[in-house]
Design a protein around this ligand. Structure first.
Ligand SMILES: CC(C)(COP(=O)(O)OP(=O)(O)OC[C@H]1O[C@@H](n2cnc3c(N)ncnc32)[C@H](O)[C@@H]1OP(=O)(O)O)[C@@H](O)C(=O)NCCC(=O)NCCS
Length: 168
């Protein structure tokens, strides 16, 4: 599948296909609504699609996350959702989306990405719970993982997600 796979930014015309893909991947409308709301509210930082022979095979979205301490509010990004068409999983589409996105985020000067998910999967891309263990969050636990793109990235403080997450 990696051969001929094109990773490009989300375009308005992708919205319906993306909604369908995410609903199918998660077995319900919650995450698709989340992606729509993040985009509508302008909280999306990076949104990419994976296309093969004009068909949508994967999608990833990073939204603005703030890390607040008493003296400082730092920008970070939250990875959610990421989805790949069921029949094409484990062929590298998810990895290609994540690795391309990380490269672009680093180039754009982002310092920190946070994800809530399976450590067996996200550990491959450098995410770790150790890096996220000192953050205050309702989602605190082994599934909360972080990846620093810069040595200056915050390592403690309260994680403030975009408002759309509270509807999930
Ligand atoms: C999670 C998801 C995006 C991964 O996409 P994918 O295209 O299948 O991932 P890749 O093919 O790049 O997988 C890379 C590696 O991780 C492994 N892997 C894939 N999903 C995994 C999982 N859930 N747990 C552990 N390892 C996993 C693959 O076996 C592969 O290993 P290999 O290179 O040794 O074969 C996809 O399974 C999906 O859409 N799932 C449903 C939605 C979802 O759960 N999203 C994430 C929410 S946190």
């Amino acid at each position: 599948m990696k051969r001929g796979l094109v990773i490009r930014p989300f375009e308005a015309g992708d919205a319906e296909d993306v909604r369908w893909l995410i609903e199918e991947a998660f077995g319900g409308p919650g995450e698709a609504r989340l992606a729509d709301a993040l985009r509508e509210n302008g909280d999306d930082v990076l949104e990419l699609v994976a296309i093969h022979e004009r068909q949508l095979y994967g999608h990833i979205l990073f939204s603005r996350l703030r890390v607040e301490t008493r003296n400082r509010s730092a920008d970070a990004v939250a990875l959610a959702p990421v989805a790949v068409r069921a029949e094409s999983r484990r062929t590298g589409v998810g990895s290609t989306l994540i690795e391309n996105a990380h490269h672009m985020l680093r180039e754009a000067g982002e310092e920190l990405s946070v994800v809530l998910g399976d450590p067996a999967y996200y550990g491959r891309f450098g995410y770790s719970h150790t890096r996220a263990a000192k953050f205050e969050s309702d989602y605190q636990g082994e599934a909360l993982q972080a990846l620093a793109f810069s040595p200056e990235a915050p390592s403690m403080g309260e994680l403030i997600y975009a408002p759309a997450f509270s509807a999930l």
